[in-house]
Design a protein around this ligand. Structure first.
Ligand code: SAM
Length: 283
């Protein structure tokens, strides 16, 4: 497979394979050089060695399956910084220039979605056209990366803290796809006038005791029938006396009782202790 952005793409059998990484790996090397080399010593084991050396000597960019525009390089996730944000950092993240584009590293210790993806979450699809409702947007760390991905979509970012909202508005001011909403996610009817259509995805990270209930209510109000929900479960917010695994089971049961199908659950350790990501669908 050839990647138009970056040049030669190698088969996964040459390089380490991870379930969330596309089956090819893009390398910024001259394709002619590689072909010539293969022509000279084809049928020998040497090409494999050559490719392995290249892996460590040239920048390698892998695209992540199912998530538009997301790349992984040197084990780090990156999203593409929009032109309107060139040179801007949200939380002191690393900036990387590749092929005339600027990418921002996505820190799994600061964002549970990045942690879940690095832990191999597979059943999540995010298209650049998606409309997403984000509950618990805080100061905009994860929101900003989703905004990078949703280049043709919309991100409704609900947050109930006026202090966090100030930073969130600042993040949104450089981007045209974030709609900040100061509201309590316990009352989805209160933002009905702003969210005109049902959304493709609901993402929630609110660290509240009744987090499962908040999630279910918002799904009823806003998720399309074929949409997906992502709940970041903070076990300690629900019950400190129970083991996290027991809490995850209880959450799964409650979601199931409310007609939701559990597609996947991933523990977020070591990035976040006592947290899990749950992906659900309505059908
Ligand atoms: C763990 S932080 C979210 C971090 C953020 N998701 C990120 O990754 O950048 C939880 C946020 O949820 C907000 N929150 C808590 N309860 C809420 C509610 N009922 N409605 C809206 N936001 C809420 C808190 O104010 C806090 O900013």
């Amino acid at each position: 497979m050839l990647d138009n952005d970056t040049g030669v793409t190698l088969n996964k059998s040459f390089l380490g394979y991870h379930p969330m990484v596309n089956s090819g790996v893009s390398m910024r090397v001259n394709p002619l050089g590689v072909s010539y080399f293969f022509a000279v010593i084809k049928d020998s084991v040497l090409p494999l060695c050559f490719i392995s050396v290249l892996e460590y000597t040239v920048p390698i960019m892998k695209r992540i399956r199912n998530i538009d525009g997301l790349i992984i390089q040197d084990g780090r996730l990156y999203t593409e910084n929009p032109v309107s944000c060139r040179g801007l950092r949200i939380y002191n993240e690393r900036l990387l220039d590749l092929d005339g584009k600027e990418y921002r590293s996505w820190n799994p210790y600061r964002s549970k979605l990045a942690a879940a993806l690095l832990k191999g979450l597979q059943n999540l699809k995010i298209s650049k056209n998606d409309h997403v409702l984000y509950l618990g947007a805080s100061t905009g760390t994860t929101v900003s990366h989703l905004s990078d991905i949703l280049t043709n979509g919309v991100l409704y970012a609900v947050e109930n803290s006026p202090v966090a909202m100030k930073d969130l508005i600042n993040v949104a001011s450089h981007r045209d796809n974030i709609i900040p909403i100061l509201a309590d996610a316990n009352h989805p009817e209160r933002y009905n006038a702003i969210i005109a259509h049902r959304v493709d995805m609901i993402y929630q990270d609110v660290s509240q005791r009744n987090q499962t209930d908040i999630f279910i209510q918002n799904i009823r109000w806003y998720l399309r029938d074929d949409g997906q929900g992502v709940l970041m479960v903070k076990a300690r917010s629900i019950d400190v006396s129970l083991k996290p695994k027991q809490i995850y089971e209880n959450v799964k049961q409650e979601l199931g009782k409310n007609g939701l199908k559990i597609k996947e659950m991933t523990d977020l350790s070591p990035y976040e202790r006592d947290h899990a990501a749950v992906v659900v669908s309505k059908q």
